[in-house]
Write a protein that binds this ligand. Structure first.
Ligand code: MEV
Length: 419
């Protein structure tokens, strides 16, 4: 299977779906679900959250050209933002022939925090928690025999004495291998179950018992070489590097730089039914871990006018539990990606983040994003300007001919067509 499909962008949605269906063996029933005909019903929505009155459709696109760990992968992306899917696909093309994306994974260890207050002797309590480590971990693991039977479960703990604004407190961190689940439920259940035992050991009062979204033991790294993206134009290459450098030292730029990365990451996280807020919180907290908020990616000049990119971030995503299992479209998104483990899913997501950042810096360092963005946004603008469905293609054709994509220009074109 190859994800290099020239002209994929120019096909109709049903033609694109048919190509993806052929490549990833989707059944007719699954095609209907993706098209939204038999997909997500209000009944399903009502099972998922509270006070349901309907649901909010978001476009699902496919990024092409991705090769990740020597395997071609179509990437489903759920996003409302124009340009994101096109940018990821375009960036992946530059990395395809030089081997695509290569990733590594630290494993699926999540942290749970148990905060203990009113401890008279915090350092004595710290020592006692370590003395009782085996019993504490055993009690945690009793809560989830299935996870333990799969090789996961509570593996270790750490104790911190924290100086709060008015008092010292003891915080126990549980390290839980959640395997192919995101793991929030497993960790929170363990943290709550073990709290009374920790109160007994420390003679304190437990307040919080909850997972930490700073999943710094669940790190994914992705690397790719982007081949000659500027046609040997040294000035453009240097501008790309300058743009990256600013994101390493200036939090104002880093926030936007990382937002662009999250455009890709959150789209795949959402498409796969995972928790976008958990991933975003983890990514941004990790970006500040050295004291200043900075870029999640690094860029270096390679050989033959290439640029080598790397990304490193926590990705608490899974394939078991919650919407990943219950949302019919999310299940198909992971089928399309052909991922079977949380590691494979996280590898794909990190690769998309890297590609997205490459695409943003490349265009920002050259013509700027507005031209391409407005062109892709022209459909929305045409609709906003009152174009009928059968006029939209004509509006875009005329706008392209005139090289004018501002709302006022589009309005004029629509008005002229309507006379
Ligand atoms: C827009 O959604 C994302 C960008 O601002 C990212 C960036 O500036 O790197 C283009």
């Amino acid at each position: 299977m190859s994800t290099r499909i020239p002209g994929f962008y120019n096909l109709l949605p049903e033609e694109r779906l048919s190509q993806i269906a052929k490549a990833t063996n989707l059944t007719d029933k699954e095609l209907e679900i993706i098209k939204g005909n038999k997909g997500f019903s209000v009944k399903e929505a009502d099972r998922m959250i509270e006070n349901v009155i309907g649901y909010m459709p978001i476009p699902l696109g496919i990024a092409v050209n991705f090769k990740i760990n020597n395997k071609d992968a179509f990437i489903p992306m759920a996003t409302e933002e124009p340009s994101v899917v096109a940018a990821a696909s375009n960036a992946a093309k530059y990395a395809y022939d030089s081997g695509g994306f290569t990733t590594s994974y630290s494993g699926a260890i999540m942290r749970g925090q148990i905060q203990i207050t009113e401890v008279k002797d915090p350092y004595g309590a710290l020592a006692k928690v370590y003395e009782n480590k085996r019993e504490i971990l055993q009690l945690c693991n009793k809560q989830d025999p299935t996870l333990v039977s799969l090789g996961g479960g509570a593996k270790n703990l750490e104790v911190h004495v924290i100086d709060g604004p008015t008092k010292k407190m003891v915080v126990v961190h549980l390290f839980v291998d959640t395997k192919d689940a995101m793991g929030a439920n497993a960790v929170n259940t363990m943290a709550e179950a073990v709290a009374p035992l920790l109160e007994k050991i420390t003679n304190g009062k437990v307040v919080l018992r909850i997972l930490s979204n700073l999943a710094d033991q669940r790190i994914v790294r992705a690397r790719a070489t982007f081949q000659d993206p500027f046609n040997d134009n040294k000035e453009a290459m240097n501008k790309f590097m300058d743009a990256y450098e600013l994101a390493m030292i200036d939090p104002y730029r880093a926030a936007t730089h990382n937002k662009g990365i999250m455009n890709g990451i959150s789209s795949v996280v959402l498409a796969s039914g995972n928790d976008t807020r958990a991933v975003e919180a983890g990514a941004h907290a990790y970006a500040s871990r050295l004291g200043t908020y900075r870029s999640l990616t690094h860029w270096e000049k390679g050989e033959n006018h290439s640029i080598i990119g790397t990304i490193e971030l926590p990705l608490a995503v899974g394939l078991i539990g919650g919407a990943t299992t219950s949302h019919p479209v999310a299940k198909l998104a992971t089928k399309i990606m052909q991922v079977e483990t949380a590691e494979e899913l996280a590898s794909n997501i990190a690769s998309v983040g890297l590609a997205q950042n490459f695409a943003a810096l490349r265009v920002l360092a050259s013509e700027g994003i507005q031209q391409g963005h407005m062109r892709l946004h022209a459909r929305n603008l045409a609709l906003m300007a009152g174009a009928k469905d059968n006029q939209i293609d004509k509006v875009i054709e005329l706008a392209a001919k005139q090289g004018k994509f501002k709302f006022d220009d589009i309005k004029k074109i629509v008005k002229a067509l309507s006379y």
